[in-house]
Design a protein around this ligand. Structure first.
Ligand code: GLU
Length: 469
């Protein structure tokens, strides 16, 4: 049997970290088993769904490289299909019309609450052998309810959480079509999962409560069509913020595209998400392809995973170091443009990237670090006071002369600075720091001789002169 998994987001917001991890695990499971991964957009909540959210999900999937074999399927385009299935369930007796009015149900509810009972449908319109149903009122459009089994338990071996059993007596006769004929959420999921031949449903554990209802409906459908099978279920525990609380905007509950904007590489985000609740021995750094070969549901931790920005940064730093120079160049051109640096010299930019990429956590830090190669920096006032002290000015002036006469490689520049340091009886930083401030505007930079080599003699001398005035 071909493995088929799906990611079924509701387009009521962007693709966030939790959703992306669910998508990644479903994707990897399908890849590992040579199966198919399906994208399904669950857009039946018309009031809360939006085309922008659909686009955000598609963009997020694309950025992460989570390619799907089928879809995207849109539930709103499948309404006719749901109606056909509802009719077949009515015909088979696994669904029935219910004419109880809202007021009636509300009164029932209040009565049950007053008696400290769990509010539930009283089964007034549920057909049973030998039961005489009331006459349908003419002025009520009926809803359609699923005839949930009343006895026994519904059970499944959750691939993450282990065996779960729910007594059928706990489950109401679910409304599967509203009075206006539109099908409801759990029912659409069931029809889709069976039509799409889903073999493993991998999703967040906020859906555990839906599963017994869905299984019962699938069983009812399998009585109509014996080829329909109940899939396996794997419910992933939620992701908590680094403070152990529900994920908030500060850590993780943002769009995955925000990570792109903030300078994270998709490889880093994927690698990070893969380890969020799943492990393969001590392996921390691995590619998406490697993950899809290793992934299994046995090594998912049933407990909640905790978001950890430092770890994500660490991975991102790793992937930035490893990144293909052309990719980094293209990325930095865009990020520099956002910082007002248009059409920077490509050779200088590549050299700057090579120098800086070893020391940054994000692509934004990289771009921030590169701006001064193309624009005169504004000098950090505190650094000026601290390092551009009157005693060092004559040394800098003299150094300017020496540099002017020197050829322009990092090693020779280093030699010239070193000679000035020795000649003036200084320690290296005493001269290197003021040089940094004069040339880059701040006191932190990679090795200053290398920075100067990239920047070019003329520009270095101009910047030196500017502080000597
Ligand atoms: N549409 C649901 C959600 O976004 C997922 C449904 C499912 O995976 O079964 O939470």
């Amino acid at each position: 049997m071909t493995v088929r998994t799906r990611f079924a987001p509701s387009p009521t917001g962007f693709l966030h970290i939790g959703g992306a991890r669910t998508a990644l695990f479903s994707w990897a499971y399908a890849k590992k088993h040579g199966g198919e991964f399906i994208l399904r957009i669950e857009d039946t909540d018309v009031a809360r769904s939006s085309p922008e959210a659909v686009q955000a999900i598609l963009d997020g999937m694309q950025w992460l490289g989570l390619d799907y074999d089928q879809g995207p399927f849109y539930q709103m385009l499948r309404m006719d299909r749901y109606k056909v299935v509802i009719q077949s369930m009515l015909a088979a007796g696994s669904a029935y019309y219910c004419y109880s009015s809202k007021e009636e149900l509300e009164a029932l509810r209040e009565q049950q609450m007053a008696q400290k009972l769990k509010p539930r449908y009283d089964g007034k319109w549920r057909p049973e052998k030998g039961k005489l149903l009331p006459l349908p009122p003419v002025d009520v459009s009926p809803v359609i309810r699923f005839k949930n089994p009343q006895d026994g338990v519904v059970a499944w071996d959750d691939l993450v959480k282990g065996r779960i059993e729910i007594a059928n007596s706990e489950l109401d006769d679910l409304i599967i079509a509203r009075a206006d004929g539109t099908p409801t959420y759990n029912f659409c999921v069931v029809v889709d999962d069976s039509d799409m031949g889903i073999t493993q449903v991998i999703r967040g554990d906020d859906h555990v409560n839906n599963t017994p209802r869905q299984i019962n409906m699938l069983c009812a459908l399998s009585e109509i069509d014996s080829s329909i099978q109940v899939p396996q279920y794997a419910h992933l525990s939620m992701i908590l913020g680094s403070d152990g609380q529900k994920l908030s905007k500060r850590h993780g509950a943002v769009s995955v595209m925000q990570y792109h904007e903030d300078g994270y590489l998709p490889e880093a985000v994927i690698n990070y998400l893969a380890r969020l609740g799943w492990s393969h021995g001590d392996e921390e750094v691995f590619s998406k392809q490697q993950f899809s070969q290793w992934f299994d549901l046995d090594h998912i931790t049933p407990s909640a995973a905790q978001f950890n920005t430092e770890k994500l940064n660490w991975l991102n730093a790793h992937y930035i170091k490893q990144a293909d120079p052309t990719t980094l160049l293209a990325d930095q051109l865009q990020r520099l443009a956002l910082r007002g640096v248009l059409a920077p010299d490509a050779a200088k930019l590549s050299a700057g990237i090579a120098l800086y990429k070893e020391r940054v956590n994000t692509l934004n830090e990289l771009a921030d670090g590169l701006v001064y190669f193309f624009e005169k920096p504004s000098l950090d006032a505190a650094a000026v006071v601290k390092h551009l002290t009157p005693d060092i000015m004559p040394v800098l002036a003299e150094l300017g002369g020496e540099l002017n006469a020197s050829d322009w490689q990092a090693e020779t520049i280093h030699q010239v600075i070193n000679d000035a340091v020795t000649k003036n009886g200084l320690k290296f930083p005493k001269l290197a720091m003021p040089l940094r401030v004069a040339i880059t505007g701040i006191a932190q930079s990679p090795s200053i001789d290398q920075v100067m080599a990239i920047l070019g003699k003329e520009e270095v001398l101009t910047r030196l002169k500017a502080v000597l005035k």
